[in-house]
Design a protein around this ligand. Sequence first.
Ligand SMILES: Nc1nc2c(c(=O)[nH]1)N=C([C@H](O)[C@H](O)COP(=O)(O)OP(=O)(O)OP(=O)(O)O)CN2
Ligand code: ZN
Length: 119
Amino acid sequence: MRVRLSKTFRFEAAHSLPTFPDGHKCRRLHGHSFRFDVFVEGDVDPARGFLIDYGDIKRAVDPIVKRLDHYYLNEIEGLANPTAEVISRWLWDHIKPGLPLLASIVVHETCSSSCEYRG
Ligand SMILES: Nc1nc2c(c(=O)[nH]1)N=C([C@H](O)[C@H](O)COP(=O)(O)OP(=O)(O)OP(=O)(O)O)CN2
Ligand SMILES: [Zn+2]
């Protein structure tokens, strides 16, 4: 049985988007309560009845969240232009080595705006 699981993480951070046009609101320093969903995919071991312990996903992702929470994202290596697109790829690149079943990252920058990256 093939399944896709998700677990949601949150962090608070500030950013500004230097590639947006002059006068655009997102060029100004502002903050978000970022939320992102981590999706893992694979085949369920019939004897165990589960793919991966949700706790193991948390243990793989929490150290990455700590690198973002309450920081100015533009100052983090690889996030000089921290759009939702760039953040989702950055999360993928940092989470995938410790979570090989990773299938997708969805970053929710606001309640109505999100970006999915599938590697
Ligand atoms: N393709 C992208 N477009 C925008 C990004 C982005 O990362 N990728 N980011 C922003 C801003 O950071 C902004 O904070 C979020 O944009 P927006 O959805 O416009 O925010 P609002 O809450 O103001 O949206 P409303 O639906 O108008 O209330 C902008 N664009
Ligand atoms: Zn923003």
